[in-house]
Design a protein around this ligand. Structure first.
Ligand SMILES: Nc1nc2c(ncn2[C@@H]2O[C@H](COP(=O)(O)OP(=O)(O)OP(=O)(O)O)[C@@H](O)[C@H]2O)c(=O)[nH]1
Ligand SMILES: [Mg+2]
Length: 324
């Protein structure tokens, strides 16, 4: 029964049926134990068709224009024959939180194209859960024939870390006017980024965007230490300026990674991490009573606060699991 359902869903996904894809993703995200074997079967059936997209992360502070940029860029890509999927990951909003409608209306043009698929990923608090669901959702989108998959996430520190490991290229969207604050606050994100788009290079904010872009460029030039500095592009998502250049720079980044092996290495590292996380999650799920889960959360907080070393926390966790 379960196998028949998985097989028919897999056929729907592979034929590019958006409703089947949406149902398949819901199944992956489900926490109900009886759905787990079904989700696994579905992935097994579709895995051979996955892997073929360019996976592009779009991160940045709230209101930077990430969704507007994806809408404009995605619409162009669709026009040039690509099929575009967008996964909006919001680690900070609660499960089923309000961003769903917001994202669709902010990507109204792209959402209207039959060659697009837009899907919010609800948060459930755990970074690992988001990363797994998103990674698996990417695979399903690829099996459904999407050739470009955008993953939008808020650059709040955790979000971009989780997403950087899932994508082939991470684009950081910044806005002018944040001055020094921008450099201090976004330093981690800047270091993770493969490309930086300074958005809102239009109207009254144009001079500030130009200024911010040139400051960033010189800072990154110093960072680069002989390697290629991270490309900085000025764009206006609203007026659709600089988008061709941004996409060309993204494709150039991917092409050079394919040549050097960095592209394959990044995907391999992502899979290794996903495997390790899955082993941990499965073990904990099989072995741990709820009390242990609560204790793990407490131990993690102790580690993060610097009061406990990771090795001590690991030893206590394992002792708990073994019932000692
Ligand atoms: N002037 C100008 N405004 C823009 C541009 N791009 C986006 N905006 C505006 O900036 C606001 C935020 O845009 P969004 O695309 O929703 O930004 P976001 O980064 O996706 O926001 P969150 O998902 O809420 O973090 C909206 O009012 C947009 O109209 C741009 O290129 N120029
Ligand atoms: Mg958005």
């Amino acid at each position: 029964m379960a196998e028949r359902l998985a097989a028919s869903l897999a056929r729907g996904v592979a034929s590019g049926d958006r409703r089947a894809l949406a149902r398949a993703i819901t199944l992956l995200e489900s926490e109900r134990p009886e759905h787990a074997p079904l989700a696994e079967e579905l992935l097994a059936l579709l895995l051979p068709r996955a892997g073929g997209s360019r996976r592009i992360g779009i991160t940045g502070p709230p209101g930077a224009g990430k969704s507007t940029l994806i809408d404009a860029l995605g619409t162009r890509l669709v026009t040039s024959g690509e099929r575009v999927a967008v996964l909006a990951v919001d680690p900070s909003s609660p499960l089923g939180g309000g961003s769903i409608l917001g994202d669709k209306t902010r990507m109204a043009r792209l959402a209207a194209a039959p060659e697009s698929f837009i899907r919010p990923t609800p948060s459930r608090g755990a970074q690992g859960g988001i990363a797994r669901d998103t990674a698996e959702t990417v695979l399903l989108c690829e099996a459904a024939g999407y050739s470009v998959v955008f993953v939008e996430t808020l650059g709040t520190g955790q979000g971009e870390h989780a997403v950087a490991g899932l994508v082939d290229a991470l684009v950081l969207v910044l806005i002018p006017g944040a001055g020094d604050e921008l450099q201090g606050m976004k330093r981690g994100a800047v270091e993770l980024a493969d490309l930086i788009a300074v958005n809102k290079a239009d109207g009254a904010t144009l001079p500030a965007a130009e200024h911010a872009a040139s400051e960033l460029e010189s800072a990154l030039g110093l960072f680069a230490r002989g390697g290629e500095p991270t490309p900085v592009l000025q764009v206006s998502a609203r007026e659709e300026r600089g988008l061709e250049e941004l996409w060309s720079a993204t494709e150039a980044f991917l092409a050079s990674g394919r040549k050097s092996g960095a592209f394959a290495e990044r995907r391999a590292n992502g899979l290794k991490r996903a495997l390790a996380e899955a082993v941990e999650r499965t073990l904990l799920h099989e072995l741990a009573p709820p009390a242990v889960a609560a204790e793990r959360v407490r131990l993690e907080a102790e580690v993060l606060a610097g009061r406990l070393s990771p090795r001590a926390a690991a030893r206590r966790t394992v002792a708990l699991l073994l019932g000692r």
